[in-house]
Design a protein around this ligand. Structure first.
Ligand code: FAD
Ligand code: NAI
Length: 459
């Protein structure tokens, strides 16, 4: 039987980060991945293809809506969706090859097949032909990620009722698209197809979009997206669905009244659930929590000795960088190095236009914790770079502890918010104060000056 220092199941941001790091430290590592390509959900059907389409569709939208204001007159602008999809697939393929290279460089063995835990620290790998291999691991890392959650009365059929996976590869722009769920997937992919010409309506159970984000950010984002043509039905519950040859009709309850909405396609984006099916957790004594996630300690240890779990499979935000941080921490700890994952400083971004980004506590969360907070805010409207770049929507909002001056949270709505939030995360990680931030000389003109001004605007 093959014996390894570390067997990793899954090659997403959690799995490949762990495998490459352990290989780099000289450990004998194998990574078991059932898909033909490496990189997991994030690279193949998540973060990367969605960002590629967001960029392409934003160019198209900008060319149509804003070029004239810049003195650029383009006639005959047309959409070649197949070419847009090819570019997206090319970006993914290039990054797939990048991980293959890292595996080779760090001597990570790769096995294509489905991994299942057996008792006694063994993993059985079944390949596509049904062939089986038995592996023995001193340590095992579970990183099998998550799968899209379905609604019971609206099961996925891959054609009319789809998950994000199909919505990243439509072969034609649907005339109309209903999106169920105004979270990250609904808002990002709703934006893509709206920009490309679909009439997009987003149906959301809660009275707000972008749950978890600061309310002011969510409100501003909703207004921006409405100006771009997206429609929102908030406080709305989907209760039934009927399909016919032309599309799908949903029955929804809104303000206590039933009504119907129809569209050519429905994207169900109501969250994702941990991917534990067929993993054999019961054979190894790995326990789940009340929400079906693998229970782990602070350092990723499951209830079974020498078996660890990271990423979407475990509690916490379902984000690629969270999976990566946890994976690196598990490997460092196995190597005897000091390590920790700072769960208070995990940035989160929705890549719409404008982007929404957050790190740390919202104002409400800080107040609920009994802290005395001060809020500093500044708008992009008053920033030279934002006006020059034609991206004036949004603001930076900083939440600080009035007593210590420490930054508790930052909330940004605006162009490049995903990049700007990193400065706030760094300040929080280093336990710096907002006076430090206000003193840092920022290049002029930059969008980052808005963050500095928000710090200066604190009382
Ligand atoms: P995954 O990336 O899900 O990888 C798990 C891997 O395990 C898969 O390759 C799977 O095939 C494999 N696997 C499963 N079971 C087995 C088995 N039994 N044997 C062998 N292999 C197995 N996050 C961000 O931070 N930023 C974003 O912009 C972002 N955009 C997203 C967009 C979309 C449309 C989606 C769906 C998700 C997005 N996410 C984003 C979330 C991000 O993709 C996940 O948080 C991240 O991929 C989780 O990493 P992971 O390693 O835990 O698991
Ligand atoms: P989500 O949890 O972000 O949002 C789901 C939304 O659906 C919520 O607003 C919820 O209230 C709503 N909802 C749930 N049930 C509903 C129902 N029956 N009817 C109407 N609305 C309902 O989940 P989403 O968007 O599916 O994304 C899954 C995961 O992928 C998230 O955890 C997210 O972190 C990750 N992701 C991250 C991205 C990023 O970082 N930019 C991009 C895309 C996904």
């Amino acid at each position: 039987m093959n014996t390894y220092d570390l067997i990793v199941i899954g090659s997403g941001p959690g799995g490949y980060t762990a495998a490459v790091r352990a290989g780099g430290l000289g450990r004998k590592v194998v990574c078991v991945e059932q898909a033909a390509t490496l990189g997991g959900t994030c690279l193949n059907i998540g973060c990367i293809p969605s960002k590629a389409l967001l960029v392409s569709s934003e160019h198209y939208h900008f060319a149509r809506e804003r070029f004239a204001a810049h003195g650029l007159n383009v006639s005959g602008l047309t959409l070649d969706l197949a070419a847009m999809m090819r570019r997206k697939d090319g970006v993914v393929a290039q990054l797939n090859r990048g991980i293959e290279f890292l595996f080779k460089k760090n001597r990570v063995e790769r096995l294509i097949g489905s991994g299942r835990l057996l008792a006694g620290n063994q993993v059985e790998v079944t390949n596509a032909d049904g062939g089986k291999i038995l592996l023995n691991g001193k340590n095992i890392l579970l990183a099998t990620g998550s799968v899209a959650a379905a609604l019971p009365f609206l099961p996925f059929d891959g054609q009319r009722v789809v998950s994000s996976t199909e919505a990243l590869s439509f072969s034609a722009v649907p005339n109309s698209l209903l999106v169920v769920g105004a979270g990250a997937i609904g808002l990002e992919l709703g934006s893509v197809w709206s920009r490309l010409g679909a009439a997009v309506t987003v149906v959301e159970f809660l009275p707000r979009i972008a749950g978890g984000f600061d309310l002011e950010v969510a409100g501003g984002l909703q207004r921006s997206l409405e100006r771009q043509g997206l429609k929102f039905f908030l406080n709305t519950q989907v209760t039934a669905a009927a399909r016919d040859a032309d599309g799908v009709t949903l029955t929804v309850t809104r303000d206590g009244k039933d009504c119907t909405v129809s569209a050519e396609k429905v994207l169900v984006a109501v969250g994702r659930k941990p991917n534990t099916a067929g993993l054999g957790l019961e054979h190894a004594g790995v326990q789940l929590d009340e929400r079906g996630r693998v229970s782990v300690s602070d350092i990723g240890q499951t209830s079974a000795p020498n078996i660890y779990a990271v990423g979407d499979l475990t509690a916490g935000p379902m984000l690629a960088h969270k999976a990566e941080a946890e994976a690196a921490a598990v490997v460092d700890r196995l190597a005897g190095q000091p390590t920790r994952v700072n769960r208070n400083v995990i940035p989160s971004v929705i890549y719409t236009a404008p982007e929404a980004a957050a790190v740390g506590l919202t104002e409400q969360q800080a107040r609920d914790q009994g802290l005395t907070v001060s809020v500093g805010k500044h708008n992009f409207m008053a920033n030279g770079r934002a006006l020059a770049a034609d991206t004036r929507d949004g603001f930076v909002k900083l939440i600080t502890d009035t007593v210590s001056g420490r930054l508790l949270g930052a909330h940004i709505l605006g162009a490049s918010a995903a990049e700007l939030i990193a400065e706030c995360a760094l300040l929080m990680e280093l336990n710096g104060t907002v006076s430090d931030l206000a003193r840092v000389i920022h290049a002029h003109p930059t969008l980052a000056e808005v963050t500095k001004e928000a710090a200066r605007n604190l009382p």
